[in-house]
Design a protein around this ligand. Structure first.
Ligand code: DX5
Ligand code: ZN
Length: 215
C-alpha cells in the first residue's frame, strides 16, 4: 500500500482556512490532520469542534482528528457531529482507554491511540487489536515546527512487531517534524500515514510539497 499524507491544518494561515482546506482537497493528500489542543494536556490551545464543523463542507477527504486533550470521552459526540472520520486520543490522557476506544467506535468513527515520545510501545499490548490507527508522536505534542526525535525509528520497528504479533490491522501514523529529509526512512520503518505541517504549509508551494512527500 502506498503511504498516506495528512497535511496538518495547524500550520496553515488561520485567516485563510478555506483556501488551505481547498488546497488539500485538490492535492494528492488523502487525509487532513486536525490538531485539537486544550491548554491542559499540552501547553498550547488550537481549535475545537466548531472549526471542524465549519470546514467539513469544503472537502470529502478523511478528517484525521488528533485530540491532545484530557478526558476526551466528554467530546466524542461533539467531534462526530462536527464531521470527524477518525478520532485519535492520547494513551496518557485516558484512564480507561479501552472504554474510550469502544465509545469512539460506537459513535461510528475509526479509533486511534497516540503515544508521546516517552511512552513505551508495550503500553499498547492489550489494546492494539482493537485499534484502527496508532499515532506515534515524533515530537512532544503542542506545537508545529519542532525537531524530529530520532528514537522514533526504533519505536516504529517495535510497533510493527507488536502489530504482527497481535494480528492487528491498525495503520501506523507518524506526527511531528516529518518532511522531505526523513519521509522515505519513516515509510521503510513501517509508517502508513505521515502528518506534515510546516513541511507543507510552511513552503511557497504546498501542493508541490505534498506531491514530493508521495514520491
Ligand atoms: C504537534 C501536532 C502536529 C503538528 C505537526 O503537537 O500534533 O500534528 O501540527 O507539525 P510539524 O509537521 O510542523 O512538526
Ligand atoms: Zn497532530
Amino acid at each position: 500500500m502506498a503511504h498516506i499524507i495528512a497535511p496538518s491544518l495547524l500550520a496553515a494561515d488561520f485567516t485563510e482556512l478555506r483556501s488551505a482546506v481547498q488546497l488539500v482537497d485538490e492535492s494528492q493528500a488523502q487525509w487532513l490532520h486536525l490538531d485539537v489542543m486544550d491548554g491542559v494536556f499540552v501547553p498550547n490551545i488550537s481549535f475545537g469542534p466548531a472549526i471542524i464543523k465549519a470546514i467539513r463542507p469544503l472537502t470529502k477527504k478523511v478528517f484525521d482528528t488528533h485530540l491532545m486533550i484530557v478526558d476526551p470521552d466528554r467530546y466524542i459526540t461533539a467531534f462526530k457531529e462536527a464531521g470527524a472520520d477518525l478520532l485519535t486520543v492520547h494513551e496518557e490522557a485516558c484512564t480507561h482507554l479501552h472504554r474510550t476506544v469502544q465509545a469512539i467506535k460506537a459513535a461510528r468513527m475509526k479509533a486511534g491511540v497516540s503515544l508521546n515520545p516517552h511512552t513505551p510501545i508495550g503500553s499498547l499490548e492489550d489494546i492494539i487489536a482493537d485499534l484502527d490507527l496508532v499515532l506515534i508522536m515524533s515530537v512532544n505534542p503542542g506545537f508545529g515546527g519542532q525537531k524530529f526525535i530520532e528514537n522514533t525509528y526504533s519505536k516504529l520497528d517495535r510497533l510493527r512487531d507488536l502489530r504482527a504479533q497481535k494480528g492487528s490491522n491498525a495503520l501506523i501514523e507518524v506526527d511531528g517534524g516529518v518532511g522531505a529529509v526523513n519521509y522515505r526512512n519513516l515509510v521503510e520503518h513501517g509508517a502508513d500515514v505521515l502528518v506534515a505541517g510546516n513541511s507543507v504549509f510552511g513552503t511557497d508551494d504546498p501542493m508541490a510539497a505534498i506531491s514530493a512527500l508521495l514520491k
